[in-house]
Write a protein that binds this ligand. Sequence first.
Ligand SMILES: C[S@@+](CC[C@H](N)C(=O)[O-])C[C@H]1O[C@@H](n2cnc3c(N)ncnc32)[C@H](O)[C@@H]1O
Length: 357
Amino acid sequence: MPIKYLGSKRRLVDVIGAMFTATGGGRALDLFTGTTRVAQELKRRGGHVTAVDRARYAAVFAESAIATAAERIDLETLDGELAALDALPPRDGYVTDVFCRQARYFRPENGARIDAIREAIEARRDHPHFPVLLTSLIEAADRVDSTTGVQMAYLKQWAPRAHQALALRRPDLLPGPGTAVRADACALVASGELGAFDFAYLDPPYNQHRYEANYHVWETIVAWDAPVHYGVACKRDELRDRSATSVFNRRRLMPDALARCIEGVDATVTVLSYNDESWIALDDLVALCRPRGAVEVLAFDSRRYVGALIGVHDRNGRRVGTPNRLRNVEYLVVSGAPAAVEAAAAAVPGTRAAVRP
Ligand SMILES: C[S@@+](CC[C@H](N)C(=O)[O-])C[C@H]1O[C@@H](n2cnc3c(N)ncnc32)[C@H](O)[C@@H]1O
């Protein structure tokens, strides 16, 4: 079960999967993979998937779910390792001190278990189970956290789930090979090293929300480098350096970066996620896709991510406002070879939006 994640395409996974199958499957790219939810669906449908993201934790999820071939893992051994890690005695460390006492993302009893388990996993760094064990730990920590969904603040009163004991479970593993890459999407596309794909899915951030900052606790659990931290959220010191922020989080740079990715990805059909909270207009996005061939825009009315609903409560859980919109529209912009675009659009239930010629 993937972690709680802003922009996770939980509701569109089946739609994107159906498009992939309708266009004949094959080699697939998920260029901003996040939780790997979409990449997993494409792999489940028989695709050879390359999953890319610049966040450390996302690359670990991709190593586990996409690059690990389930048939090569001895599940009994893996489950034994998870049980042994789960049974380790708690041990106070960075997570307990910084994320449970200075900040309050987890109850200290869970934090001390995260410290003990993460330290033990470090000894397995070069083992094929490493990303699987680490994914299991992050997913377990996510189930007992005390946030509204992002790690920029924590609840003043512990969330009810934070009182549950941390419990490791085996993460989803899928048969077959795949590729995980931790990289900046623009640089990777420009390098020409990605290769050619039958199907590419692009789901970049479209506004200022920085994923490494929103999920800095996962970054630190992966890096395991006890970083200097700042602010009440105890964010990694490196996040102060705005020049290292993804171009997709910088209003002036984002349109050009996106244009270069759309232009540079070598794929028969490309599907772009877009929503109406973006810095770029849908018409402009369609114009960027035009040179790829045919373009179809599909609209899906979906409930907003739950974080938008709980964001109207203060840190004591009191209601302090009303969400301005409870529904928003998600778009998929499909472009590429005309027959493939038509097959993709015909396979799914979304409303076809009018596209200016
Ligand atoms: C909207 S989220 C993707 C969500 C994903 N489709 C899912 O269902 O979980 C955008 C992702 O882009 C990643 N990202 C941001 N800037 C990037 C860049 N320059 N290169 C690669 N990945 C980037 C973020 O770390 C984040 O995981």
